[in-house]
Design a protein around this ligand. Structure first.
Ligand SMILES: *[C@@H]1O[C@H](CO)[C@@H](O)[C@H](O)[C@H]1NC(C)=O
Ligand SMILES: *[C@@H]1O[C@H](CO)[C@@H](O)[C@H](O)[C@H]1NC(C)=O
Ligand SMILES: *[C@@H]1O[C@H](CO)[C@@H](O)[C@H](O)[C@H]1NC(C)=O
Ligand SMILES: *[C@@H]1O[C@H](CO)[C@@H](O)[C@H](O)[C@H]1NC(C)=O
Ligand SMILES: *[C@@H]1O[C@H](CO)[C@@H](O)[C@H](O)[C@H]1NC(C)=O
Ligand SMILES: *[C@@H]1O[C@H](CO)[C@@H](O)[C@H](O)[C@H]1NC(C)=O
Ligand SMILES: *[C@@H]1O[C@H](CO)[C@@H](O)[C@H](O)[C@H]1NC(C)=O
Ligand SMILES: *[C@@H]1O[C@H](CO)[C@@H](O)[C@H](O)[C@H]1NC(C)=O
Ligand SMILES: *[C@@H]1O[C@H](CO)[C@@H](O)[C@H](O)[C@H]1NC(C)=O
Ligand SMILES: *[C@@H]1O[C@H](CO)[C@@H](O)[C@H](O)[C@H]1NC(C)=O
Length: 831
């Protein structure tokens, strides 16, 4: 008995002391071996985490969300910022007494009724340990320390520095801050791009982000966040290469997450102390640009309604549990292909769905990232397309281009657009009429007035005075067209008759004004003053009856496909408005001739100002011109409805207003040419000296083709001379043999490349500037120019990137030597 006493005492002491020591110095276990089981209560009692990484940067433990009843998740947590980076049982929270168990078969969570809640998948060999690495990766290893399973392969809504996120996977948002169950927003990496999506509808793409930089068009295999940026890689392992990059400020720990609100955030921290994360990136940058931010059919306004809310409903709608629905009791919204049977019956009873016009003034974010289902079609075609498919819940239609964007399966929120938007689309939603769907009126388009849009007024009310005004206007318009030219009237007439709705005729406003041939003749004084000529035709100066000066272009080489497509293209060109693009004022069709009437630019072209005998163009003005041109091209490439490749960027097409404002001309014309002969005319269109190598190798012409020509123009702006003087006036095709005379130092891009390698930038400057520009400023432009000249189109920056470099938002690119060596042997791309 006596001998037992000290032992008993010691045991008692240990029992008493152990909790204390655990309290003052929490247990940090770095690896666990089977068999091991514990639960939240036991961990709380010991004040310890389940598992901790060596330096205690991460721990794996239970996380308790204090709602009623509490939701408990088994997660990996970044300790200093208390960020949950991974969760095992997202779908099924557990209680305090649920066990987490490590056996040789893997890791499992069981609830109090011993039911399996979550487990690792079957493994190839027995587990010898569970480790939490310093990166936050929870790993099961076998006896040879080979990884059998790792949490980094099963990301939830977060990835962290060093975690490889493979193509084909998605991060899925949590339902709310305290409910980790997977919800409806996802961040998906496919073989091309990283995208935010809601039910398959994209609302952000990395490649379209102003901060991203694309280096290659090869397929993407994984994504990783390093200390200084988010990278998409191609290839794998040691042969991987960067496809694109989004720069972040450098930091020790970075965490990227799709939040429960649908936004993608990247935050970082440098410290191991308890600190808040610093937000580096938030996408979409605006709250209203998240697909379903205000619920289904909700309306996100630019004006804050109360302190926190930007959400409301469109006129005629009211809030309900999932978003907004029509106030009118007799109409209901279709539920898509999964609707209840009664709805489906109703839908099929009225064999044609009816549509409610919501008006204009707002936009649907997915339209910005999707191609239209159809282009150049009437409203009725778009409507029929939607009626044929139960998955279609409505559509957006743009009158100017006849583009049709159906909305499938889920109709998210719309957002108010600023008044500067050139032409908002019209929205139509499919509705089911509960009362008496009489077959005769089934196709009628109901009109709902929406508060602010001005353009919307045309479509708003077709009754009374409005109707009379519209009919009169259409009649006048029709008479006017008829008088103008039989051909125009015929063509427009065809559009009218093919449209089955009262709205079909509204496609006319998309066209710029039409002029009579006599007006053109009079304005140009019988074509007396020619001010230019090129691949597209001859340009004459003119003065219209109202004294405005115009430039009238007579198009030659117009393709036989002519008329209808001419009008389609014309509508597109006419709808493009940008301060740095020449405005199309109108057109004229006369027999087989076509004329385009543009605003007149006082200062003429960059060609005249830069190469002419006038006063020298100062560096500051050159920079303004560079930026204006870059902005114009950015707009053509990514700012308008349809991507437009200019195909003929050269100083002659960069016009200048009185205040030296850049106005790029001749955009959109390449499409006016006949398709058959376009191959032949390819070399005609772009002007030699500015042609990218891919014109000759006849690989695809893309927006990067314009980037190349822009690069050539940049170098001419630096030197004040033609890059290849021998070809100065030559705007049409010659034989390829003539280019041999171009070699040697006369080819300025080759010289610029050599000087770049030696960093002797100031020697490249236009001597007429007499040193009124620093080497640094020259370096900036020359480096951008050389990047634009990379022989591989994918290595050239986008025009958006060029603008960002010019404005200092991203660093100036580094010209890649091997992609420029062709300049030395290759006389500027003509052979
Ligand atoms: C833990 O921290 C020490 C010193 O701060 C460092 O030397 C060591 O590399 C860190 N360990 C890991 C796995 O990062
Ligand atoms: C949890 O594990 C302990 C120890 O193995 C066991 O006694 C208990 O019954 C388990 N509880 C549940 C709910 O599985
Ligand atoms: C097992 O691998 C992990 C990381 O892969 C490493 O940190 C650890 O030191 C290795 N252990 C042994 C015993 O090799
Ligand atoms: C996700 O969408 C479904 C179907 O519309 C909806 O029932 C659910 O509430 C949505 N989840 C969240 C978290 O909004
Ligand atoms: C990576 O490098 C190792 C040795 O350096 C080599 O054995 C392996 O084949 C390489 N992997 C790839 C995919 O190139
Ligand atoms: C981390 O440190 C780097 C420089 O060391 C700094 O540029 C960066 O802004 C810091 N990041 C944060 C989140 O403090
Ligand atoms: C963070 O990284 C910087 C270098 O970028 C280093 O000097 C600093 O010690 C790091 N901080 C921590 C807490 O690791
Ligand atoms: C972190 O943010 C919270 C709430 O915004 C604030 O109360 C706290 O002071 C911040 N902590 C640090 C270290 O900045
Ligand atoms: C309806 O739309 C869905 C989704 O776009 C599409 O997959 C399906 O083929 C369409 N069905 C018909 C009959 O057009
Ligand atoms: C329709 O229901 C099926 C099965 O219930 C489901 O898989 C599908 O995602 C649903 N579709 C939509 C658009 O909700």
């Amino acid at each position: 008995m006596k001998s037992l006493c000290p032992c008993f005492f010691l045991a008692l002491c240990l029992l008493l002391i152990f909790p204390f020591s655990a309290f003052s110095d929490p247990l940090h276990v770095h690896s666990i071996t089977p068999f091991f089981t514990t639960n939240n209560l036991q961990l709380l009692d010991n004040n310890g985490a389940f598992l901790s990484s060596i330096n205690h940067t991460f721990e794996a433990s239970f996380v308790t969300q204090s709602v009623q009843p509490p939701r408990i998740y088994f997660s990996v947590i970044h300790v200093s910022t208390q960020s949950v980076i991974w969760t095992a049982n997202r779908n099924t929270p557990v209680s305090n007494s649920a066990n987490v168990t490590l056996t040789i078969d893997g890791l499992a969570i069981t609830d109090e009724s011993k039911e399996l809640i979550w487990s690792t998948p079957p493994l190839s060999s027995p587990v010898s340990a569970l480790l939490l690495l310093e990166t936050g990766n929870l790993v099961l290893v076998d006896e040879n320390n080979v990884s059998l399973w790792q949490s980094f392969d099963y990301p939830t809504d977060t990835i962290v520095t060093g975690q490889r996120f493979p193509a084909g996977k998605s991060l899925v948002s949590a339902a709310s801050a305290d409910d980790f169950s997977p919800a409806n927003y996802s961040l998906t990496l496919n073989g091309e791009d990283l995208a935010l999506q809601w039910f398959g509808q994209t609302y952000w793409r990395l490649s379209m982000d102003t901060h991203s930089f694309k280096f290659s068009n090869k397929p993407v295999s994984y994504m990783e966040i390093n200390s200084d940026g988010l990278y998409l890689y191609g290839g794998s392992g040691n042969d991987s290469f960067v496809i694109s990059k989004l720069r972040l400020s450098s930091s020790n720990f970075t965490i990227a997450r799709i939040g429960y609100g649908g936004r993608f955030t990247i935050s970082s921290s440098n410290s191991t102390e308890n600190v808040n994360l610093t937000q580096e990136l938030l996408r979409p940058s605006k709250f209203c640009l998240v697909s379903n931010i205000c619920g289904e059919l909700g309306f996100c306004t630019l004006k804050q309604i109360n302190k926190i809310n930007y959400c409301t409903c469109l006129e005629g709608f009211q809030k309900d549990s999932t978003g907004c629905s029509p106030i009118e009791k007799s109409i209901s919204l279709p539920t898509g292909c999964n609707g209840s049977s009664s709805d489906r019956e109703l839908e099929s009873a009225s064999s044609v769905a009816s549509y409610m016009n919501l008006g204009t003034g707002f936009q649907y974010i997915a339209n910005d990232f999707a191609m239209p289902a159809k282009r150049g079609v009437d409203l009725s075609v778009c409507q029929d397309l939607c009626s044929q498919n139960c998955s279609c819940l409505g559509f957006f239609y743009r009158y100017s281009s006849g583009s049709c964007y159906p909305v499938e399966n889920h109709f998210g929120s719309v957002y108010e657009i600023g008044t500067t938007e050139p032409e908002p689309p019209s929205a139509y939603i499919k509705v089911l009429e509960k009362s008496s769907p009489s077959p005769g009126t089934a196709t009628a388009i109901t009109n709902k007035k929406h508060g602010f849009p001005v353009i919307g007024i045309v479509f708003i009310s077709l009754s009374g005075f409005g109707l009379i005004v519209i009919i009169t206007a259409l009649a006048i318009l029709w008479l006017h067209r008829k008088r103008t030219s039989e051909k125009v009237a015929l063509s427009l007439g065809r559009w009218d008759s093919s449209s089955s709705t009262a709205f079909g005729t509204t496609s006319i406003p998309g066209l710029p004004s039409s002029f009579k041939y006599e007006e053109i003749e009079k304005a140009t004084d019988d074509f007396s003053t020619q001010i230019g000529s090129g691949g597209f035709g001859t340009v004459y100066k003119g003065t219209m009856a109202d004294e405005t000066k115009v430039a009238i272009k007579k198009i030659k080489n117009l393709g036989v496909r002519g008329k209808e497509e001419f009008f389609t293209e014309l509508r597109i060109i006419g709808s493009i408005h940008h301060v740095n693009l020449v405005r199309l004022k109108g057109f004229c069709v006369h027999r087989s001739s076509r004329f385009l009437v543009y605003e007149f630019m006082n200062r003429g072209s960059l060609e005249r100002i830069l190469f002419g005998d006038g006063p020298v163009l100062e560096w500051r003005d050159r920079c303004k011109i560079v930026l204006g041109t870059a902005r114009a091209l950015t707009y053509l490439h990514s700012g308008c409805q349809q991507k437009i490749i200019h195909c003929d960027i050269k100083p002659e097409n960069i016009l200048l207003s009185e205040s030296l404002q850049v106005k790029v001309s001749d955009f959109g014309l390449s499409k006016l040419l006949d398709h058959e002969t376009s191959k032949l005319l390819t070399t005609l269109r772009g002007t030699r000296g500015y042609l990218a190598p891919e014109w000759i190798t006849s690989s695809g012409i893309t927006d990067k083709t314009d980037v190349y020509s822009f690069g050539m123009v940049l170098l001419e702006i630096v030197s004040g001379k033609r890059n290849c003087p021998l070809l100065a006036q030559n705007t049409s095709i010659g034989t390829s043999s003539s280019s041999s005379s171009l070699e040697g130092p006369t080819f300025f891009p080759a010289l610029a490349f050599e000087m770049h390698k030696e960093r002797r930038y100031s020697e490249l400057a236009d001597p007429r500037l007499e040193g009124r520009v620093s080497g640094e400023e020259i370096e900036k432009i020359v480096r951008i120019a050389l990047c634009c000249l990379h022989i591989v189109p994918a290595l050239r920056p986008s025009m958006q990137n060029v603008v960002d470099m010019l404005e200092g938002r991203i660093p100036i690119g580094n010209p890649i030597v091997y992609a420029l060596n062709f300049l030395l042997s290759f006389g500027g791309g003509q052979t």
